[in-house]
Design a protein around this ligand. Structure first.
Ligand code: ZN
Length: 921
């Protein structure tokens, strides 16, 4: 809409026009300049120079509203800004400290009078009025400029798509301060009025709808509606020649849903357009509260790493949201709906009710992660989210066994801790614990509690305690303390479970708990939890479940439905528990024997996770685990066409157990052929039967299993026929993109690469340079990272230094090469040799959670896969002085060093029995 009304900032007490933004002339203050030196302690000095905060701003002065105007031209490296901040001064103050990073502040006023701008280090500036501010209301106005980054995907940044530039923002957790001088903490939740000056032919987007557009020469001034109360980290912008795809409306309030794409790419939004309104409907039904904002735009950000829940303007990495319709893969469809469910769930959990401080970011993230599976279980039952949930719990436990692991609710004492909080513990362990307690109190009771919580704290902030007390009330109140034992301490409980059938008494399962510790760990086993334990067993009228809350070191679960002594018991019914189980006596044997036909798929996957954990702590030999995995895989029938067939998930879990041998060099090269034979004997027939061509009407589970199975048998099983077929198909694909099943493009390219030579590498590298789209380029780049031929690996490493590729797309080549023992040393040496260039080339966006090396912060991870003391020492000496220079570095390095140490102990303990096992194959 176009309005001719003169736009002003109607904040109480002043009005201004954009032209005024550029009209100030005092010397700029660069926000990341050094903090002021302490004033000399001469008695004549009236007072010491004000000292900036170290982490938090305090709440003596709180914002009550922002009005900001930015000029954003995506082809330029700088933007101009003007901001008016209304504040409530609770205690008289000399200086107002604000967060600001990398901003050049030209001028500042307080209540209309000029004020001094004090440098405050990397994250703060101080605004000092001529006279101290009295308690009451005040208005700060700042004019400034800042960077539009080409290299990072945080703050305000720009990506090129086709031959045009687009500007985007990503603020969570600490980067709103790169665009607005502001109170950059989640508890400062206030309305924002934003205005953008952009080129007149471009589209400007923010959290709220446009209320007016005014042409101003080559530019236009776009005013957005005032937002609901938002913390700074949720404000978002987009500017560029976008195309807008109308996806209709959804929800009780008929919220308009749109997919926003780069110019000319509307067709690729097909799947997002079809599914997004439905995701919103499903969430509204769960929360019982209408979608809380005016619009829902889903914006493609080509080089974003994941997605971000900005209210009304959710951003997605391109690989998550766009695909040419004829190249949509099963994995793409699952990922979009899962990520959309996660980000849309945040509109309630995180946006409507926001964490009070970063130590409770799990409230946002664990809950959104848990919601994905809840929504999908109901809406897409054929996707078997119950099985995937256990797979993710198993993954979380692999991090949680480290002494250096975070707690779900980890105190935040430094800036590092804020970024570190976005890890697998927060997301996956948090979601698993929520799922365990939801199961414990019952889904309906839990949902009622969630609705109560959201209603009580709507448009405000809340803490973990407020969440738990709102959700678990009345008879469920004991869950508050029990939940806290998982929230506030790291680690995994190990339950020992023994079936006891004493004459004349009800059968029972005796339980004891200790902390699970892998071989080589120096952790203490003393921790105690309050654990909801549910046991499945054969009873009088079929299978039964009995539950009990284990609050002490020892306890029991009685089995009232048992007719006699049950043939088996499973101490983690449906795999809901966040714990590992060690069975006394022949408990495991019975479960793997008589129990197998009755266990659910999630129970089998949890059991395989237990076995893997027990191998790592030395209670089970790896040889026995391999034999068990092979047995379970063989005994899991394919039942194609049956909608309740979950066999693919179980087979995938056995692959996990068997393939981990590949990543840890645990046998001599001379046994390589025996290992390959074991893989072929176990999985070869299944892989050949599935083949490279999907069948009509095939289930998604099977489609997702195929790439894993083919990769395992072709690579580790050294199956020459599959390798040859993959190579043939890879060459076909490079000649004509249409020939290959979309689900298998990356699989055939990667299998071909692993068996390929330098000539094939060069051919693929050439295809990469002429790729028609980002999707295609990334498919080829992933394959380039899979070569094992040393000459090809060297060439792949060189690509990471090339200016022709964006570092966000090329740096994962290093983590690819590190993933395989055969190429690990080459990649490690390369990183050491080119460390400075790589660190400079990388971005500041590195995040441990995403586990893909795309930033300097991830460089220390190069060593995580090593398994010997020599490399541990080398890693320590190389990274010790470097890790403190990047955010989260010290914890990442500690986790890497601990992982290598544990792996080394594990390898030493298990190598003899693995060797004996393979010698017989
Ligand atoms: Zn999230």
């Amino acid at each position: 809409m176009r309005m001719t009304k003169k736009w002003v900032l109607p904040l109480a007490g002043f009005s201004m026009t954009l032209a005024a933004c550029q009209a100030h002339e005092s010397a700029p203050v660069v926000a990341n300049a050094a903090p002021p030196a302490p004033a000399a302690t001469v008695s004549a000095a009236p007072q010491a120079a004000p000292t900036p905060p170290t982490l938090r701003l305090g709440d003596a002065i709180r914002p009550t509203g922002y009005e900001a105007a930015l000029t954003v031209v995506p082809t330029e490296d700088r933007f101009d800004g003007h901001i008016a901040i209304a504040v409530d001064v609770r205690a008289a103050s000399d200086v107002v400290w604000l967060n600001a990073a990398g901003l050049d502040v030209r001028s500042a006023t307080v209540n209309g009078a000029p004020a001094k701008v004090l440098p405050g280090g990397a994250d703060f500036i101080g605004i000092q009025p001529a006279a101290p501010l009295a308690a009451g209301k005040a208005t700060l106005i700042l004019d400034y400029s800042g960077e539009i980054s080409r290299k990072n995907s945080s703050g305000l940044f720009r990506n090129k798509e086709g031959d045009q530039w687009y500007a985007f923002t990503q603020f969570e957790p600490l980067d709103a301060r790169r665009v607005f001088p502001c109170f950059d903490e989640p508890a400062f939740k206030v309305p924002w009025k934003l205005r953008l000056k952009v080129k007149r032919d471009q589209v400007a987007l923010s959290n709220t709808p446009v209320v007016s557009e005014n042409i101003d020469g080559d530019y236009k001034i776009v005013q957005f509606a005032e937002t609901k109360p938002l913390p700074s980290y949720l404000v978002a912008l987009g500017v560029g020649p976008f195309d807008v795809v109308d996806a209709g409306t959804a929800g009780k309030n008929h919220t308009p849903v749109r997919i926003i794409v780069p110019h000319g790419r509307s067709a690729e939004a097909r799947f997002a357009k079809e599914t997004s309104p439905q995701v919103l409907n499903e969430l509204e039904a769960y929360f019982g509260i209408p979608y809380p904002y005016e619009k829902l735009d889903c914006l493609d950000v080509p080089l974003l790493r994941g997605a971000m829940e900005n209210p009304g303007l959710i951003t997605f990495a391109q690989r998550l949201i766009l695909s040419p319709p004829d190249r949509e893969t099963t994995a793409f469809r699952h990922a979009y709906v899962s990520v959309a469910a996660h980000e849309f769930a945040h509109q309630w959990f995180g946006d409507l009710v926001t964490t009070a401080w970063w130590d409770d970011i799990w409230l946002n993230e664990a809950f959104a992660t848990w919601t994905e599976r809840t929504i999908l279980t109901k809406w897409k039952p054929e996707w078997h989210e119950d099985v995937s949930a256990v797979v993710r719990t198993n993954d979380a436990m692999r991090t949680d066994n480290l002494v250096s692991a975070r707690r779900i609710r980890q105190p935040i004492v430094a800036k590092d801790d804020v970024r570190g909080a976005f890890d697998g513990i927060t997301y996956q362990k948090g979601a698993a614990v929520i799922g365990m307690f939801e199961n414990w109190v019952g889904p309906e009771v839990f949902r009622t509690g969630v609705r109560r919580y959201l209603t009580q704290y709507a448009y405000g902030n809340a803490t973990a305690d407020q969440f738990l007390n709102a959700v678990f009330q009345g008879a469920q109140a004991p869950a508050v303390a029990a939940f806290g034992t998982f929230l506030n301490q790291s680690g995994i409980p190990l339950l020992t479970a023994g079936l006891h059938c004493d004459a004349g008494k009800e059968p029972k399962v005796a339980l004891s708990q200790e902390r699970y510790l892998p071989l080589g760990s120096e952790g203490s086993a003393d921790e105690k939890w309050q654990i909801p334990v549910c046991v499945r067993y054969p009873g009088k009228k079929g299978l039964a479940i009995s539950c009990s809350l284990l609050t002490e070191a020892r306890g029991e679960v009685s089995l009232p439905e048992a007719a006699a002594c049950p043939a088996w018991v499973d101490a983690n019914a449906d795999g809901h528990g966040y714990y590992r189980v060690l069975y006394e006596g022949d408990g495991l044997k019975k479960l793997l024997g008589a129990g197998m036909k009755d266990l659910t798929a999630p129970e089998k996957v949890a059991l395989l996770g237990d076995i893997s954990a027990l191998v790592h702590n030395g209670k089970i030999s790896y040889a026995d685990a391999l034999a068990t995995a092979a047995k379970v895989a063989r005994e899991t029938p394919d039942s194609p066409g049956k909608s309740d067939n979950k066999s693919a998930g179980v087979v995938a879990a056995t692959i996990e157990l068997v393939a981990s041998l590949r990543d840890t060099p645990m046998f001599a090269d001379a046994l390589r052929g025996n290992y390959a034979r074991f893989i072929r004997d176990t999985y070869g027939a299944r892989a050949h039967k599935l083949g490279f061509a999907a069948r009509a009407g095939e289930e998604d589970d099977t489609r997702l299993l195929r790439p894993r199975l083919l990769t395992l048998v072709a690579d580790e099983g050294e199956d020459r026929a599959l390798q040859a077929e993959a190579k043939k198909r890879a060459l076909q694909w490079m000649a004509d993109r249409k020939g290959t099943d979309a689900d298998l493009v990356e699989t055939v390219l990667s299998i071909a690469a692993r068996a390929g030579d330098r000539a094939l590498f060069d051919r693929m590298a050439k295809a990469e340079r002429t790729a028609a789209s980002r999707q295609e380029r990334n498919q080829i780049l992933r394959a380039l990272g899979q070569f094992r031929d040393p000459d090809a690996v060297g060439a792949a490493m060189q690509l990471t230094l090339s200016d022709e590729l964006d570092a966000r797309e090329s740096l994962p080549l290093i983590s690819d090469a590190l993933g395989t023992p055969a190429t690990r040393a080459i990649a490690y040496d390369f990183v050491k040799q080119h460390y400075d260039a790589l660190a400079a080339h990388g971005t500041r966006d590195g995040s441990p959670y995403l586990n893909r090396m795309t930033g300097a912060a991830d460089l220390a991870k190069v060593g995580a896969a090593f398994c010997d003391e020599e490399h541990r020492a080398d890693l320590e000496s190389f990274f010790r002085d470097k890790s403190p220079h990047y955010t989260g570095g010290p914890r990442i390095l500690a986790q890497v060093l601990e992982s290598v140490k544990l792996c080394s102990a594990y390898r030493t303990a298990q190598t003899p029995n693995v060797t004996a096992f393979l010698q017989k194959k």
